[in-house]
Design a binder for this molecule. Structure first.
Ligand code: AMP
Ligand code: MG
Length: 405
């Protein structure tokens, strides 16, 4: 059986990057930049004051103190958003607000706390240094500077950066359309009447949510019966999407027809079965360059295999540079017995205790026990070798969501 890494390599090699499109900046959160972003302007656009106070010539304040204030003549007031009208000469100052452009002649700001004003005279109580409290033109961003990299995820910081340089429309990669098909005669939809022999289709919903979280656009194909003709019809309709995910029907059961049907529809199968737990019976193939995943039907296995194989593929297709979840090490809080020969992904809780990450399992790890995932904020990744890992040892942990203290 092939390893998780080998499977990821085989799969990711087949994933093609989406084309780019342009979207409004305010709609770009979570998308991936399709081009490097270069600033077309300086920020700030002029020298500005970093304080409310007085723009002055620093040499006029030499030796100034509370006991020996220096009087300066106030020649104008410059609010933020107004250009200065006058030049500050020797013995003069302009009242200035934070963010307002520095007037000609001034080379320092005396902050308002170190002054006292009477009529058109300000008394300065502190010696200013040259350039003090002045933000120099282009200090934050210089025209022509590369500010954001192609392949970055657009977060609030990237949005603010693009707004600050006037980019109201941004180049992003298109989001892959991901068709999701649930298979099994035992499945019923949530809102349809069902007999006692049915279980609810949870994978369809869970996978659609995982697709959305990864930045893809889910297309729900509903449920296919365990019949070759019905599977053929449903799978054929899913093959026009950028990705197709099928859950269930890829094991060795009498009614597991998915692999056979995929091949009959011209899908090239590239792998089947990976040395992992949960999730061993996963299949992957391509049709006309489009990835097709056959995930195991058990609800936990379906979500775990999505995380390891489908999520990085969606991120790669979306042009993202970093496609894997963050990996940390944590101290194991309990002895864990495991199956030798398979990489194990335990649903786990990571916590920060006295400055060190600790990790424990979420309890019963059966591959149908969704509660093990609900309680988890991470996967504990146990290596293939060995059958026991002891409390106190360090293990790798893949972070899925917020870590609680
Ligand atoms: P299979 O991989 O088709 O052999 O299914 C394995 C187990 O997962 C069976 O117990 C199925 O009932 C269950 N299962 C398959 N598909 C789903 C689904 N869409 N939602 C919930 N459970 C499922
Ligand atoms: Mg089945």
């Amino acid at each position: 059986m092939i390893s998780v890494e080998e499977a990821q390599k085989i799969i990711l090699e087949q994933v093609i990057q989406m084309n780019s499109e342009r979207v409004f900046l305010s709609n770009s959160l979570g998308r991936t930049l399709a081009e490097d972003i270069v600033s077309g302007l300086d920020h700030p656009p002029w020298d500005t004051s970093a304080m409310d106070g007085y723009a002055l010539r620093f040499s006029d304040t030499e030796g100034a103190s509370r006991e020996h204030p220096r009087p300066l003549k106030i020649i104008e007031t410059i609010p933020a958003g107004k250009l200065p009208q006058k030049t500050v000469g020797p013995g003069e100052a302009a009242r200035i607000m934070t963010g307002a452009p520095l007037p000609k002649g001034a080379n320092a700001i005396g902050m308002v706390e170190d002054t006292e004003t009477m009529d058109d005279t300000v008394r300065i109580f502190a010696t200013a240094e040259e350039g003090e409290y002045i933000r120099v033109k282009g200090e934050a961003i210089r025209q022509g500077d590369p500010v954001l990299k192609k392949g970055s995820k657009i977060r609030p910081a990237e949005i603010a950066m693009m707004a600050s340089i006037g980019k109201s429309v941004v180049p992003v990669f298109q989001q892959p359309r991901v068709a999701i098909l649930s298979t099994g005669d035992e499945l019923a939809e949530l809102d349809e009447p069902r007999g006692l022999d049915k279980i609810l289709n949870s994978n369809g919903y869970g996978l659609a949510a995982q697709v959305l979280e990864a930045g893809g656009l889910p297309i729900n194909l509903g449920i296919a019966k365990d019949s070759k003709t019905h599977l053929q019809e449903k799978i054929a309709s899913g093959l026009s999407a950028d990705f197709l995910i099928i859950s269930g029907g890829v094991s060795m059961g009498d009614y597991d027809f998915v692999l056979e049907v995929l091949e009959s529809l011209g899908v090239t199968l590239r792998l089947w079965k990976v040395a992992m737990k949960p999730g061993k019976p996963i299949a992957f193939g391509t049709k006309d360059g489009r990835p097709v995943f056959g995930l195991p039907g058990n609800p936990v296995s379906s979500m775990v295999t999505f995380e390891q194989f489908v999520r990085p593929s969606i991120l790669k297709a979306s042009g993202r540079t970093h496609i894997f979840r963050p990996l940390i090490t944590a101290v194991l809080k309990e002895d864990i017995h495991k199956t030798p020969g398979r990489r194990q992904f335990l649903r786990a809780i990571v916590s920060l205790e006295n400055g060190t990450y600790h990790v424990c399992s979420t309890g019963d790890q059966g591959s149908a026990i969704l509660m093990s995932l609900v309680m988890a904020n991470a996967f504990m990744i146990l290596p293939e070798e060995g059958d026991c890992i002891n409390a106190g040892e360090k293990v790798y942990v893949q972070i899925l969501s917020e870590i609680t203290a």
